[in-house]
Design a protein around this ligand. Structure first.
Ligand code: PBG
Ligand code: ZN
Length: 328
C-alpha cells in the first residue's frame, strides 16, 4: 500500500472546515428577481416556467412586499399587454397606463424600500414582436437601429420619471446606451443607474420567456441584432462600448450556459457584472426536479453559486424567492 504525499481530503473532512474555507458566497442581496406585470385583471401561470406568474399591478405590489420580507431587494420588471394593445412603436412600453409604469408608481406609493429595474425593450409591446422599429415598408427582421435608439431613450426617460432606479436596455441596438444616457440626462435623471444587457446572445434558451412576456415574433428571429454564440471575442467589444457609452453595470445573458463569458467579462470589466440565469435554464432545472431527477434546492443553489463563482456580482434568477428561503 502506498501512502500519498499530499492529501487534499484533510481539508474536506470536517463540515466546519469546509464552511470555513468556502470562498463563494450567495446571499439574498445578490439576487435580482424578474417580475412579469400584466395589464389584465387576472394573474396567469406560465406553463413552461413552473412557479412563475404574470401578476396584475396590485397583486404584483403585494408579491414584491412579500419577496422583500425574504430579503430580496432588487426586481427586474417586464410588462405583458393584450395583443390588441401592441403597435409598431411599442406605445405600451411607456404609456402612463402601461403595466410597468403603473407598477413602478404603485411600488413608490407603497414605500417598499426596494430597487426597481425596468427592462427597456420594444419586443413585448410591438405588434411584430421585434426589439426595435421596423422600416416603414416593413421588411421582416430589418430592425432600424437609429430610430430605435431614440425610441429606447424616450422609454427609459419615462420609466425613470415614474421612479425606476435602474434602466436595463435589452434590445442589442448599437449606441443604445449612449442614446439612453443622453435622454436620461436631458430629462434630469442623471442619478438613474443604467445596467446594459451588453453581452446578450441569440439564444434558444429564451423560449419560455416568450410565453411569459408574450413577446414572440410574428416572423424572423433576433440573429440580426443579438450575438452569435460561435464568436468568442465579440463580448470584449460590446463591453468596452457600453462602458464607454455610460453603462454602470453590464449583464451577461444567458449566464449558466455561458460561464466562460461571465468569467472573461469579470476579468475585463471594472464595473459590476450581472449574470442572467434565463428562462430556458430555469425551465430545465424545474422540469428535471418535477420528475425527481434532481433536487431543486441543492441543484438550484449550486447553479446559482456557479454563476457567482464565475464572477457575477449579481444574479438575475427566477428562482430568487426559493433561493432566498433556502439560504436562511
Ligand atoms: C427581451 C428580453 C428577452 C429576455 C429578457 N429580455 C427575450 C429575448 O431577447 O428574446 C430573455 C429572458 C429569459 O429568457 O429569461 N428583449
Ligand atoms: Zn426585446
Amino acid at each position: 500500500m502506498s501512502a500519498p504525499l499530499h492529501r487534499p481530503r484533510r481539508l474536506r473532512k470536517l463540515p466546519a472546515m469546509r464552511d470555513a474555507l468556502a470562498e463563494v458566497t450567495l446571499e439574498a442581496r445578490h439576487l435580482v428577481h424578474p417580475v412579469f406585470v400584466t395589464s389584465r385583471s387576472e394573474s396567469r401561470i406560465i406553463e413552461s416556467m413552473p412557479g412563475v406568474c404574470q401578476w396584475p399591478v396590485e397583486e404584483a405590489v403585494e408579491r414584491i412586499a412579500a419577496w422583500r420580507e425574504l430579503g430580496i431587494v432588487q426586481f427586474l420588471l417586464f410588462g405583458v399587454v393584450e395583443p390588441d394593445a401592441k403597435d409598431g412603436r411599442g406605445s405600451m412600453a411607456d404609456a402612463d397606463h402601461g403595466p410597468v409604469m403603473r407598477l413602478i408608481e404603485a411600488v413608490g406609493r407603497a414605500r417598499l424600500d426596494v430597487i426597481l429595474w425596468a427592462d427597456v425593450c420594444l419586443c413585448e409591446y410591438t405588434d411584430h414582436g421585434h426589439c426595435g422599429l421596423l422600416r416603414e415598408d416593413g421588411l421582416p427582421g430589418d430592425v432600424e437601429n437609429d430610430p430605435t435608439i431614440d425610441r429606447l431613450g424616450e422609454i427609459a426617460a419615462h420609466l425613470a420619471a415614474a421612479g425606476a432606479d435602474v434602466v436595463a436596455p435589452s434590445a442589442m441596438m448599437d449606441g443604445q446606451v449612449r442614446a439612453i444616457r443622453q435622454a436620461l440626462s436631458k430629462a434630469g435623471h442623471d442619478s438613474t443607474a443604467l445596467c446594459s444587457y451588453a453581452v446578450k446572445y441569440a439564444s434558444n434558451l429564451y423560449g419560455p420567456f416568450r410565453d411569459a412576456g408574450e413577446g414572440g415574433m410574428r416572423h424572423g428571429d433576433r440573429r440580426g441584432y443579438q450575438m452569435d454564440d460561435r464568436r468568442t471575442r465579440e463580448w470584449a467589444r460590446e463591453i468596452a462600448l457600453d462602458i464607454e457609452e455610460g453603462a454602470d453595470m453590464v449583464i451577461v445573458k444567458p449566464a449558466h450556459t455561458y460561464l466562460d463569458i461571465v468569467a472573461s467579462v469579470r476579468r475585463a470589466a471594472d464595473c459590476p457584472v450581472v449574470g442572467y440565469h434565463v428562462s430556458g435554464e430555469y425551465a430545465m432545472l424545474r422540469a428535471a426536479a418535477e420528475r425527481g431527477w434532481l433536487d431543486l434546492r441543492e441543484a438550484g443553489l449550486e447553479v446559482t453559486r456557479a454563476i457567482r463563482r464565475a464572477g457575477a456580482d449579481l444574479v438575475i434568477s427566477y428562482l430568487s424567492p426559493e433561493l432566498a428561503q433556502w439560504l436562511d
